[in-house]
Design a protein around this ligand. Structure first.
Ligand code: DUC
Ligand code: ZN
Ligand code: ZN
Ligand code: ZN
Length: 484
């Protein structure tokens, strides 16, 4: 069976043109005028774009005494509904657990996925076992990205010596280092102080994680990555100080990328001062929402190219789960949803306002990350031979975001009441039409794991620091006698 998308305008990261797109066996087989297929999808008035890739999700993840509520079924259904056709989820090994063992657990959970997916590995502890398993994770299991938490002291956090050891290993192996950049020691101190002073409400979460803790950690991670010679991807860049460190690194020729979230771009810190406890707690995530100065910085970064990718950090907890933190904000499970809303929200606040062109929209929602993660042009492209992960985007289609009509399994939505204009008419996952004019036709288990090989020794950070400081033993004469 062949499917043809007719009468649309193809929009990629660098081109806009009118063409039909023919799909055979889940792959794009032809792009051009007047194509015919067994099934025809009418794209009149629509843009035909690469499906979105959300490189930052936490589905069914054990965290802060519970599990995030969206699993690979509801999470990928939400993704497809909003035009996202691939997610990259974080494998989270327990303390002392091997990487391969943890990864197997993630493969078991993900068999229910409705769209394709890949994994990043988290380095939640450091030891010989982690060191020894890194090559097999990269070379045999198709995972080339390793995330390190610089926060969550006493749980997931790794210290600078561990960070440096891990980054050095990744540099040797052609992997990419990722960081959750917040100074975990300072966060722990501020949290204890706030709680001791009786500031127990959700707003305390924001006070405990000021933008400086993120700026400091981002800069530290960049410097450590540079000394190790490894490319660095900074997840959920939310503030000007972190963006500034990334900008500076890029200007110096370092291979560093920043990833703002749609939540930080469109929601601000005033959410934490809502007098309704549930309202504020539902928006507790790390890093927290910031003020307009930081939001403007993130938008400017997307426009100038100093920030590369828009993600969600989708980590959805129910109101009941959020209430674990009544009386102590530090026990509110950190995380918000966004998988279904990332593309429509970014289109509405980015493209429709003139901040981003449609081509830039494709770049930051799909193509850039496919290139960074080493799965382009299988993903992130409208090209013959690429997977038919496509979204037929109707710029005139509108809705008001509401929890009661969402795909996510939680009972609220942080974007509740927001009006969006620009939504999928069709979403295709490897040729299968999973969203058909607002109707969901997902197939549980349709999704496949996407392998992403390492970068060999080519994709290194560009700084010459290593070369300049390589040990050079000096031949000396006249060495003075030691001792008296
Ligand atoms: N931040 C969150 O808000 N949730 C999951 C993990 C993280 O770093
Ligand atoms: Zn994080
Ligand atoms: Zn995350
Ligand atoms: Zn099908």
């Amino acid at each position: 069976m062949t499917t043809v998308i007719k009468n649309g305008t193809v929009v990629t990261a660098d081109l806009t043109y009118e063409a039909d797109v023919l799909i055979e066996n889940g792959v794009i087989s032809e792009i051009g005028p007047n194509l015919k297929g067994d099934e025809e999808l009418d794209a009149t008035g629509c843009y035909v774009m690469p499906g979105g890739i959300d490189p930052h999700t936490h589905l069914e993840m054990p965290f802060m005494g519970t599990y995030s509520t969206d699993n690979f079924e509801s999470g990928t259904r939400a993704a497809l509904s909003g035009g996202t056709t691939m997610v990259v989820d974080f494998v989270l090994p327990g303390q002392g657990q091997g990487l391969v063992d943890a990864m197997k657990g993630w493969h078991n959970k993900s068999t229910m996925a409705n769209c394709d997916y890949s994994f990043h590995m988290a380095v939640t502890w450091w030891g010989e076992k982690v060191f020894d398993e890194m090559p097999t994770v990269i070379n045999d299991h198709g995972i080339n990205t390793f995330k390190h938490f610089m926060a969550y002291k006493g749980a997931l956090m790794v210290n600078d010596d561990e960070l440096f050891a891990s980054f050095n290993r990744l540099s040797e192996l052609g992997g990419i280092a990722m960081v959750h950049a917040e100074n975990g020691d300072v966060v722990a101190e501020l949290t204890a102080k706030l709680l001791a002073e009786g500031n127990t409400g959700p707003e305390g979460h924001a006070y405990s994680r000021p933008s400086q803790v993120e700026g400091e950690a981002t800069n530290r991670a960049i410097m450590i990555a540079d000394m190790a010679g490894v490319p660095l991807y900074v997840v959920h860049t939310s503030c000007e100080e972190a963006h500034e460190a990334i900008r500076r690194a890029k200007m110096q020729g370092k291979r560093v990328w920043g990833e703002p979230l749609i939540q930080h771009l469109t929601l601000d810190e005033s959410e934490y001062f809502n007098t309704d406890w549930d309202h504020a707690a539902r928006r507790v995530m790390s890093p927290p929402f910031r003020n307009k100065k930081h939001q403007d910085s993130l938008w400017a970064g997307l426009q100038s190219g100093t920030l590369s990718v828009v993600a969600t950090d989708h980590c959805a907890f129910t109101t009941e789960q959020k209430r674990y933190g009544v009386g102590d904000f530090s026990k509110i499970p950190n995380g918000t949803g966004g998988l279904e809303d990332r593309m429509p929200m970014l289109w509405t606040h980015g493209v429709a306002t003139g901040r981003l062109t449609p081509n830039e929209f494709v770049a930051v929602t799909s193509t850039n990350i496919a290139k960074i993660l080493n799965c382009y042009p299988k993903k992130g492209a409208v090209l013959v031979g690429a997977d038919a992960d496509l979204v037929v985007w109707d710029p005139e289609k509108e809705k008001t975001i509401a929890a009661k009509t969402q795909q996510s399994a939680i009972d609220y939505n942080v974007f509740e009441g927001q009006h969006v204009k620009g939504l999928p008419r069709f979403t295709l996952t490897r040729g299968h039409v999973a969203v058909h004019d607002g109707e969901m036709r997902t197939q549980e288990g349709h999704g496949k794991f996407v392998e992403r090989p390492g970068n060999g020794t080519v994709n290194r950070a560009l700084s010459t620091w290593k070369e300049l400081t390589a040990p050079r033993p000096v031949q000396r004469t006249g060495i003075p006698a030691t001792g008296v």
